[in-house]
Design a protein around this ligand. Structure first.
Ligand SMILES: NC(=O)c1ccc[n+]([C@@H]2O[C@H](COP(=O)([O-])OP(=O)(O)OC[C@H]3O[C@@H](n4cnc5c(N)ncnc54)[C@H](OP(=O)(O)O)[C@@H]3O)[C@@H](O)[C@H]2O)c1
Length: 491
């Protein structure tokens, strides 16, 4: 009989790359809380004068670990930190650490990546492609490896309209890519119809895994857009402003006032805790498949698309509308203006709206900052945020047809107990409560506002609304005035 998902990790040593990132943290917390692992090994690079141990010590203090701190107060005893950098030869591991990993590690979750859409191609290739090659080389030496799951993205082959759980061709092999980079071939000629270096390098990496000669017990997991947690360890946990979170936060505080009209399009969002449950279940499936059959190592590594659009599609329109409903209930106290937005479909109109709604107020606020002896920052912030919206444009305007049969079959194969402990099915997903948790998660974890300030925030928001209405009336009067002057001038 197959062991349960949690039991398959009993006394196991699990190596996680990217454990300081958004997904990696949720994965680490869940493994430590729900699985009887011996150690979770976090491969971490030193950064900003902090070494790996210091960085991890700061992570335990985060709210995400509040629940496990209560349930398993000595959870840190099951964490081992190893200093390493995917970009370096042998991943910058000391000889001792290298040997320890080779002797002991049983499971590898490869989450580390640069997820910046506009990362220079040579750096994106170094981290995402070369980094994975380095890790695969290390994994092939591991004496007791049971499973390896590589985290890719559902959009790795985004130039296609239909994305199945299959491998697709990429324009270059890794060797060709390296040569083109040495020859300084322009990025756009290399990545062809991929919209950015992130998805391109993720696509090339999938083929690196397919063609890897050391037939490892490996699978590829492709999540779509990872949002806040649905319920574990608490509803609404998130920590960065990536993707839709940045847009919503910008509108909530009255900073962003115009954006492309994406209302009826589907946004393929998935909760972070469900994503981690699916990822852990993929490891369980990978280990079982390889344990049960010797021939499986000759097959192409299995791919699992983890998307919401197949079973519970959510439109951007509904997401934005329901976020806004929460705004009326609990606006943020630190709003700089009343939260409103005007959609545009035409990019020229969009530029005009950006000029009037972002650039003019931004320049005015910068002037105020300069006059009060502070450094200007608003125009710079607008330029950065609009750049981010432009980078996301392709992903908010396009629709893909995804197939997720492997993921759905995996869900069906779980026992009832596992389904409860590692819930990830998105069938009939309750978006209403999720969006509510998302809004309050942004308020709590991104804007650092406690729900106790709501009364004060509502009162401030009412004044901002009145000020906003006054400005609208003044602008309409000004427009009438200029039209009147123009007509008088003509006749
Ligand atoms: N977030 C999403 O919506 C989403 C959607 C689909 C797929 N994914 C995939 O999920 C994975 C995790 O994404 P995320 O959102 O958690 O990203 P993230 O928050 O940016 O985390 C990236 C992680 O990778 C690590 N890393 C980057 N370069 C490294 C290097 N050279 N050596 C060692 N570690 C390095 C980072 O470490 P530092 O802390 O040292 O920088 C960080 O821990 C990625 O593979 C991504 O492609 C994410």
């Amino acid at each position: 009989m197959e062991t349960s998902v949690a039991e398959s990790f009993r006394n196991g040593i699990v190596l996680i790359t990217g454990s300081t990132g958004f997904l990696g943290k949720v994965l680490t917390e869940k493994l430590l809380r729900s699985c009887p692992v011996k150690y979770v090994v976090m491969l971490v690079r030193s950064k900003k004068e902090l070494n790996a141990n210091q960085r991890v010590a700061n992570i335990y203090k985060q709210k995400l670990f509040d629940r496990i701190r209560l349930e398993k107060p000595d959870f840190t005893k099951s964490i081992k930190v190893i200093e390493g950098n995917l970009e370096e030869l042998s991943m910058g591991l000391s000889l001792n650490d290298f040997e320890w990993i080779v002797e002991n590690v049983n499971f590898v979750f490869h989450c580390a990546a640069t997820i910046k859409f506009n990362e220079p191609l040579d750096l994106a290739s170094k981290i995402n492609i070369q980094g994975t090659e380095n890790l695969l080389a290390l994994a092939s030496k591991m004496k007791n490896l049971k499973g390896f799951v590589h985290v890719s993205t559902a959009y790795s082959h985004c130039p296609r309209n239909e994305i199945k759980e299959e491998y697709y061709k990429v324009p270059v092999t890794v060797t060709e890519l390296k040569n083109k980079l040495i020859d300084n071939v322009p990025t756009s000629n290399i990545i062809e119809n991929w919209p950015n270096t992130y998805t391109f390098t993720k696509a090339v990496t999938e083929n690196v895994i397919l063609t890897n000669e050391n037939r490892l017990p490996i699978s590829i997991f492709r999540p779509s857009i990872i949002g806040c947690t649905k319920s574990e360890p608490e509803p609404g946990w998130l920590e960065n402003m990536n993707g839709p979170t940045g847009l919503v936060t910008g509108v909530m505080v009255g900073f962003l006032r115009t954006m492309p009209n994406i209302g009826s399009n589907i946004t393929d969002m998935i909760p972070a805790d469900y994503t981690v449950n699916a990822l852990i279940s993929v490891m369980w499936d990978t280990v079982n498949r390889h344990k049960q059959s010797n021939d499986v190592s000759l097959e192409a590594p299995k791919i699992y698309n983890y998307v919401s659009c197949v079973e519970s599609p959510l439109s951007w329109g509904r997401y934005i509308r329901e976020m806004h409903d929460q705004y009326y209930v609990a606006p943020p106290l630190q709003s700089m203006w009343y939260g409103f937005y005007i959609f545009y479909t035409n990019l020229i109109i969009g530029s005009i709206l950006r000029f009037f709604l972002h650039r003019i107020p931004g320049a005015f606020m910068d002037l105020m900052l300069i006059l009060s002896g502070k450094s200007p920052k608003m125009l710079r912030m607008y330029s950065k945020s609009e750049g981010m919206i432009d980078l996301l444009y392709e992903f908010s305007m396009r629709q893909w047809i995804f197939d997720n049969r492997n993921t759905r079959e995996l869900w069906q194969s779980l026992s009832e107990d596992d389904k409860n402990e590692f819930r990830f099915s998105l069938k009939a997903f309750d978006w209403k409560s999720y969006i509510e948790a998302y809004y309050h998660g942004i308020r709590k974890h991104i804007l650092n506002e406690d729900i106790s300030n709501v009364e004060k925030a509502l009162s401030k928001n009412y004044k901002l609304l009145r000020l906003h209405q006054l400005c609208v009336v003044l602008i309409i009067l000004l427009i009438f005035h200029f039209c009147w002057m123009f007509i008088k001038y003509l006749f």
